[in-house]
Design a protein around this ligand. Structure first.
Ligand code: AMP
Length: 147
């Protein structure tokens, strides 16, 4: 089950469906389902994923994997906790933008992905391996090489 059919959720749902998995994707905005690939063969459920009955009716109690990737941390955390505590779903991944909260929930056993922390890490990596030069310095160097 994929909760949130935005830029990330729609890609994941399309890819998992193409891989032959049974996928259900939930979004409160029906326009979001247009982002799914034409070959998507799973279910779409329109509804507010912060409402427990919507999750249950969509099949949360039978899911083996839940990926909560709406753009709202609270909704993702609530859905992940419901999957964990109420339905003992074995695989749960939850996107949390707030890095402090991501650490707290990761410690409580819910696998979190924090785009903020991942981006900081990537930027660090790039800066470490490709130290940037100020534009003026680059200009001077290319000018010197040309002379
Ligand atoms: P994106 O930021 O592009 O990954 O998109 C996030 C998606 O989450 C959007 O398609 C929103 O409509 C969806 N979304 C946000 N809050 C909820 C919610 N409470 N229930 C269902 N879908 C939601």
């Amino acid at each position: 089950m994929i909760i949130g059919c935005g830029r990330l959720g729609s890609e994941l749902a399309s890819q998992m469906s193409d891989d032959g998995r049974e996928v259900t994707v939930i979004d409160e905005n029906t326009d979001a389902f247009r982002k799914l690939s034409p070959s998507y063969g799973g279910l779409t459920v329109a509804g507010d994923a912060s409402v427990l009955s919507v999750l249950k009716d969509a099949g949360l109690d039978n899911a083996d994997t839940v990926i909560a990737v709406t753009d709202d941390d609270n909704t993702n955390i609530m859905a992940a906790q419901a999957a964990s505590v109420l339905y003992h779903v074995p695989n749960i991944i939850c996107r949390v933008y707030d890095s402090e909260r991501a650490c707290i929930y990761e410690d409580s056993g819910i696998r979190t992905i924090c785009p903020t922390a991942l981006s900081i890490h990537e930027v660090d990596q790039v800066l470490e391996h490709e130290p940037c030069q100020p534009e003026s310095e680059q200009f001077c160097m290319s000018r010197e090489a040309a002379i």
